[in-house]
Design a binder for this molecule. Structure first.
Ligand code: PXP
Length: 248
């Protein structure tokens, strides 16, 4: 069964837009994570960025304490965040690019160019009982380097496929790259996840990509939640307003 990890960064992005620098604020990403779990999500994904633009340190601590499924911490390969991960002990970390030199032209992690340092981090994580995933483009060189790194997982970057979805030719090319990438990675002994830009329209086509274990999806789920939840939110507010004394 294909598993779903819900990325809750987008909930924190909305909170930070209004409550940046405060110790509380809504919407609470932890409450959102618990709703996702209750609805059947197999894991929760959160990206603690070096610039703390959405998820904050306190969110990661509370998520670790609260969720019952699996915590997938997305993170840069940076000393400060590595120390936090080793302390929090998520089930898995997904190493993602945040700085220019870690990034391929397409947007995945440049494993080829950063192999030694990624191996070092991979060993530290594994020694602490944490699995490691590398967020990479479906590029044969990057996949080969990922296998060399000893990582347990890769997460195939589906952003190009999602971006080109409405151009049949380009989309089919990207889909073929994902199919080849997943096949290559599986052959090299890597477990394969995928994510970025997946939504309610493009998901169906991803069935053609073999060997996928988990999809990490955020933006489209949070976006859809607005539309399937907005009517209830308005009704609740109207109910609260009902007791207002009639004006004369
Ligand atoms: N996987 C990784 C590595 C990500 O960084 C993100 C968030 O950008 C996602 C999956 C989820 O992407 P989206 O929010 O587009 O569904």
């Amino acid at each position: 069964m294909l598993k779903l990890g819900v990325n809750i960064d987008h909930v924190a992005t909305i909170r930070e837009a209004r409550y940046r620098g405060r110790t509380t604020g809504e919407p609470d990403p932890i409450a959102a994570a618990l709703i996702c779990e209750h609805a059947g999500a197999h894991g929760i994904t959160a990206h603690l960025r070096e610039d703390r633009r959405h998820i904050l340190d306190r969110d990661i601590v509370k998520l670790r304490e609260s969720i019952k499924t699996r915590l997938n911490l997305e993170m840069a390969n940076s000393p400060e965040i590595i120390q936090i991960a080793l302390r929090i002990k998520p089930e898995i970390v997904c190493l993602v690019p945040e700085r220019r030199q870690e990034l391929t032209t397409e947007g995945g992690l440049d494993v080829v160019g950063n192999l030694a340092s990624l191996i070092d981090t991979r060993k530290k994580m594994n020694a602490a009982g944490i699995d490691v995933s590398l967020f990479i483009d479906p590029d044969p060189r990057q996949i080969e380097a990922a296998a060399k790194s000893g990582a347990q997982f890769i997460e195939l970057h589906t952003g190009a496929f999602a971006d080109k979805f409405h151009d049949a030719n380009e989309r089919d090319k990207e889909l073929q790259r994902l199919i080849s990438g997943a096949t290559q990675a599986h052959g090299l002994g890597l477990s394969v996840n995928a994510g970025h830009g997946l939504n309610y329209d493009n998901l169906q086509m991803l069935r053609q990509v073999p060997h996928l274990i988990e999809l990490n999806i955020g933006h489209s789920i949070i976006s859809r939640a607005i539309f399937i939840g907005l009517a209830n939110a308005v009704r609740e507010m109207l109910q609260l307003m009902e007791n207002y004394p009639a004006s004369s």
